[in-house]
Design a protein around this ligand. Structure first.
Ligand SMILES: *Cc1c(COP(=O)(O)O)cnc(C)c1O
Length: 371
């Protein structure tokens, strides 16, 4: 049975996207070289990045492109300040430590946004920091961080900002060039609605050009990967050809839908329907609506004696809806995504399934906090 994936990715994809994989490509053939070139150009456009930027795709999941970007772009004798309000920020610290690089962090709660004023203070106090890393939408809680004000603080301090836009790229506008970002990274299988297998960085070309030999890794060297594309249009190592073809089809649909603004509107409608419906059923969200990104919503595990997440999950799965466990460090929670090739009619059906499952498990809709 096919299920709807109400997760942070991989997501529900369209038939057209999956059909685009039903063909073989020669990785060094001119057709595939053209496909790669067009994808790189289109991803720069979605990132609102002009000719001063270039797009470098890389095989692997999102974490691979993050590791490649940090290793390549932060100078070996530099220092990265990571802004943390969830697991993805913590992961960037881990990447830097493993690479033996200098790293420091500002960490706030998983239900709090990054305070730009604290970033400005820290940068003024620590001249050793060369680069700053921010997660745009922290998927751990589903919170939207204030990209514009953080970018402003970093720019005023004369440092570079690297942005993990994994779970927002394509669905929330990101003015890469206007904000003066050094680089943003994202992947094929989130809001672009492609299948998993590649990540990409949209990066300031002059910065990238200055980072030859800076990465210690061969495969995760973004500079070498970029030179490969520039020299002959080809990937250095075997590319996931079908994944690229699927991403091309997914970008066609992104464009046909009306681009970032239209996708943002569809996801916002999904999110609204989800939050309203779940609250009606008696669930509570971790975040206030003001800081909730229209990507994935964290619900608190209710104090009802009959609620057990594993059973709730299995029963929803049996009805065709895959949800996601929580990832918070302090409170029990679970998550439901509102992204992918779905509309609010799918969300309404998911809410009907939640209501049915609640009754099956002995919970009264609306009565979770006063049982
Ligand atoms: C999904 C995601 C990643 C990458 O995770 P992978 O499992 O490696 O694809 C990184 N950062 C954020 C914010 C994400 O949502």
């Amino acid at each position: 049975m096919t299920s709807y994936l109400l997760t942070p990715g991989p997501l529900t994809t369209s038939d057209a996207t999956r059909r685009a994989m039903n063909r073989d490509w020669g990785s060094r053939d001119k057709d595939f070289i053209g496909l790669t070139r067009r994808l790189r150009e289109r991803l720069c456009r979605i990132a609102e990045a002009g000719p001063a930027y270039t797009c470098v795709p890389l095989q692997g999941s999102g974490t691979f492109i993050i590791e490649a970007a940090l290793q390549t772009l932060v100078p070996a004798d530099g220092k990265l300040l990571v802004l943390i309000n969830g697991a993805y920020g913590r992961r960037m610290v881990e990447i830097m430590r493993r690479a033996g690089r200098e790293v420091d962090a500002i960490e706030v709660g998983e239900d709090e946004t990054i305070p730009a004023a604290r970033v400005a203070e820290r940068l003024a106090a620590d001249p050793a920091v060369t680069d700053v890393a921010l997660v745009h939408c922290e998927t751990t809680a589903g919170i939207l961080n204030p990209l514009e004000s953080v970018a402003e603080a970093v720019r005023r301090a004369g440092r570079r900002l690297l942005v993990d836009a994994m779970s927002s790229f394509g669905a929330l506008p990101i003015a890469t060039e206007a904000l003066g970002l050094a680089a943003i990274v994202a992947s094929s299988n989130k809001c672009l609605e492609g299948v998993p297998g590649i990540g990409f960085a949209v990066v300031d070309t002059s910065l990238l050009a200055a980072r030859k030999g800076n990465a210690a890794s061969l495969t995760l060297d973004l500079h070498a990967q970029w030179r490969g594309f520039e020299e002959n249009g080809q990937w250095r190592f075997t590319p996931p050809t079908q994944v690229l073809a699927a991403l091309g089809a997914a970008l066609d649909q992104h464009e046909a839908e009306g681009g970032v603004a239209a996708r943002a509107a569809r996801y916002a409608a999904n999110c609204r329907a989800l939050v309203d419906g779940m609250r009606r059923l008696g669930f509570r969200t971790l975040l206030s609506d003001a800081v909730q990104a229209p990507i994935i919503v964290t619900f608190l595990v209710p104090p009802h004696p009959a609620f057990r997440f594993a059973e709730f999950y299995d029963r929803l799965h049996a009805r065709g809806f895959v949800i996601y466990p929580g990832k918070l460090t302090k409170v029990d929670s679970f998550r439901i995504g509102c992204i992918g090739a779905i509309d609010d009619a799918v969300i309404t059906r998911a809410l009907d399934a939640v209501e049915t499952v609640m009754r099956e498990m002995g919970m009264t809709p609306g009565g979770l906090y006063n049982a």
